[in-house]
Design a protein around this ligand. Sequence first.
Ligand code: ACO
Length: 446
Amino acid sequence: MDSATTATQTKKAEDASASRESLTITDNRSGKSYEIPIKNGAIRAMDLRQIKVDPAEFGMMSYDPAYNNTASCISKITFIDGDAGILRYRGYPIEDLAEKSTYLETAYLLLHGELPTAAQLKEWTYSVTHHTFIHESIKKFLDGFHYDAHPMGMMISTIAALSTFYHDAKDIFDAESRRKQTYRLVGKMPTIAAFSYRHTLGMPFVYPDNELSYPGNFLNMLFRTTEAKYRPNPTLEHALDVLFILHADHEQNCSTNTIRGVGSSHVDPYSATAAAIAALYGPLHGGANEEVLHMLLEIGTVQKVPEFIKRVKAGEVKLMGFGHRVYKHYDPRARIIKKVAYEVFELMGKNPLLEIALECERIALEDEYFIKRKLYPNVDFYTGLIYQSMGFPISMFPVLFAIPRTSGWIAQWQEMLLDPEQKIARPRQIYLGHDTRQYVPMDQRG
Ligand code: ACO
């Protein structure tokens, strides 16, 4: 057999095997069959459109409320295997990053795709650190909030307001502009968060200290009082850094889907980030850590846990901090967080709510209701206890989530912008409302 014949046969075999990467759908209404290609384990929803009984029809759609089984993008940022409890940023296991990296290095990894060299990290750290100050007018803006304003509400508004200060942010297809807004967003989030906190206490704002680390400076802006130089406690500084790493990204969750969706209209990144913070604020997402604390306080004592679990099983309340759309096994972040919690408790004393949390977890992990539904502690179950022991008020918990998630949001926003397949996000609907009706004048309405 000559080489040309072999090549032809190989090509045929390849074609045959390639052609098996498809789905054959038979429309029982018409008896027609359609071959839909499979790529990366998925079919393209647009390939369904050819399925129609009448040529004048719109064509078949898929119906997927809450995107339970719809991939909205191709991404190279974060990988999750919910069944195996795996989380990786750009291929690096979360456990390794939590142990060996820092938040700023991890943020660089998410945004650039690779771990930085020493020189790159130095430049990145310098640039973020030198964008931590905020315009004095933003301080006046913050002053306008009521003393008991929720800091997440203040964050949403203030981050949106940044778009009015940086007009160059509209140049979203200019790489230099995106880089600048990234420094500003990652740099200013802790400052705005800390200023929001100080405002609610009626305490003077503390300006950033460029000599401190990212989490160390945040602690300085939050807690400094009369010290000439604030020195963060290394255990708390490290704990916060690890928590920031664990919260930096989590692929297509509600707030990330929001920044991609809002950003797809080509609005500036401050407005898109404000929308993402709003999505995170909800109790089913980043607001869950706040809800966990309220729940533990409501339970009150270890003895009352069984009674509370009974109410959960009766569908009266949720066990906040439990369950996840993707993880149907232990959330790998929760495991790392439990370790961090003990380090903080060793320094600050055990949080009295810990016993209640442990009892909830113990009962839930043995109970048929939770086992059957694959409900395990998620990232938010223990973070609240740590934050509380570190001295944060409960309302600041979701803010502590929003700060590190900013790097993930911006990485995802940028990936969406540069993806030639992405367009303005615009889902379809199945309309089941009225057909045309005649306008009814006011005096004839029932
Ligand atoms: N407590 C009690 N029951 C629960 C809980 C919970 N925390 N979570 C889910 N369930 C039950 C549901 O009632 C449902 O039961 P059913 O099949 O009898 O109707 C079943 O488990 C499946 O739940 P879904 O709501 O379909 O799961 P979904 O994937 O839509 O929701 C979510 C995931 C929102 C996280 C949910 O588990 C929840 O509300 N948890 C509490 C809030 C929370 O901790 N959120 C933080 C998530 S992590 C993050 O965003 C950072």
